[in-house]
Design a protein around this ligand. Structure first.
Ligand code: SF4
Length: 353
């Protein structure tokens, strides 16, 4: 099988070209074609010498993940099921705002964390994604919107990245950080670090390192104390709230500039949605700069929880907001195409390769 060049760092690409007898100056040209132009066909890389193009085509590919299904919701949310070379599939979603939007990408096939409210958590972890597969999802999204070459910031539609799809990103940290560096490279895809958010279920050991990458942090907190969190998120046994909060403080200490952390909080009826929970939550985050994101729970077949009712969510939000915390309720997006985490992929199943 030919080697796919997507996902190699600049230095690795350089070493690859040197290994086939090419001059290092060609690396920059090729990098530009791969990541700025998004070109997947070597024969179309017209500024490269013909013999070089032929050699590349003989030895390598520059393929982006294949789209298996694509659905666009009435609210313009677009969802793809994408497939990698070994037949494994993940989903990514584009969530549009007024003049821009975020692409939500995955870092693992399946997930080992088993959060009780999450449909992906019902699927076992199959494998980590490579750096190329992580970057490739964003490139596939750009293919779908025909957003090549890399537009200037003002005109780009796919402006942000949220690493919030399938899997726990911080358990695939090496590939994630390599992928983020490629995505942020100004001579290529050029997404600013300030427009990238990594969301973790609380793998505390790798949280501070996100500050060194310069990206934003979101924590799937979902509970105000360990007792509730242990019930809904098994990862809490290894990384209880004290460890997560300490890691968040270290993240903020290491950030170059003032950086809020988004605390994600899914509203589960009778579990974590009482006024007492809201008060406990505020105590928990003392000393941190946070904003909350309250998420109405989308019930899926067999889910062990019920969604909190609208009034309860409103009250919960008001308690936080009365105490100067931002606590918006996340708008439901793409409900008609089941854009909640894990649902499209589970509906289709995953091929064992
Ligand atoms: S919420 Fe995230 S970490 Fe938890 S099971 Fe779902 S995908 Fe995995």
């Amino acid at each position: 099988m030919k080697k796919n060049l997507i996902g190699l760092s600049f230095d690795e690409l350089n070493a690859e070209l040197v290994s086939i007898g090419e001059k290092p100056f060609r690396t920059k040209q090729l990098w530009h074609w791969l990541y700025h132009q998004g070109q997947t066909d070597f024969s179309q890389m017209t500024t490269l010498a013909k013999d070089f193009r032929a050699k590349l085509a003989d030895l390598y590919t520059a393929e982006h993940p294949k789209i298996v299904t694509e659905q666009t919701s009435v609210d313009k949310t677009r969802k793809w099921l994408v497939e990698f070379a070994d037949g494994k599939q993940v989903e990514c979603v584009y969530i549009p705002e007024e003049d821009r939007g975020a692409v939500c990408i995955s870092t693992q096939v399946g997930c080992a964390q088993g959060c009780k409210f999450c449909h992906t958590g019902t699927q076992k972890l199959m494998r980590n994604l490579t750096a190329g597969e992580i970057v490739g999802q964003f490139m596939t999204a750009r293919d779908s919107y025909n957003e090549w070459p890399t537009p200037t910031d003002e005109t780009r539609f796919l402006s942000n990245i949220v690493v919030m799809g399938m899997g726990e990103p911080l358990y695939n940290f090496d590939n994630l950080s390599k992928a983020l560096k490629i995505l942020m490279d100004g001579d290529g895809i050029g997404i600013s670090k300030r427009k990238i958010t990594v969301s973790t279920a609380g793998m505390a050991d790798n949280i501070p390192a996100l500050a060194d990458l310069g990206v934003k942090l979101a924590v799937s907190l979902h509970a105000p104390n360990n007792e509730i969190r242990n019930r809904i998120m098994p990862i809490n046994k290894k990384y209880p709230l004290e460890k997560i909060i300490a890691a968040c403080k270290e993240y903020q200490r290491r950030c170059e500039r003032r950086q809020y952390i988004t605390m994600e909080y899914v509203m589960l009826k009778g579990i974590n949605d009482t006024p007492e929970c809201a008060k406990e939550l505020m105590d928990l985050v003392k000393g941190l700069e946070v904003k909350f994101n309250l998420i109405p729970f989308h019930k899926w077949d067999g889910a062990p929880f019920e969604p909190s009712d609208k009034e309860t969510i409103k009250k919960f939000s008001k308690i936080l907001e009365d105490n100067w915390f931002a606590a918006p309720v996340r708008r439901s997006r793409g409900e008609d195409i089941m854009a909640a985490c894990g649902q499209l992929k589970s509906a289709k199943g995953n091929k064992e390769a």
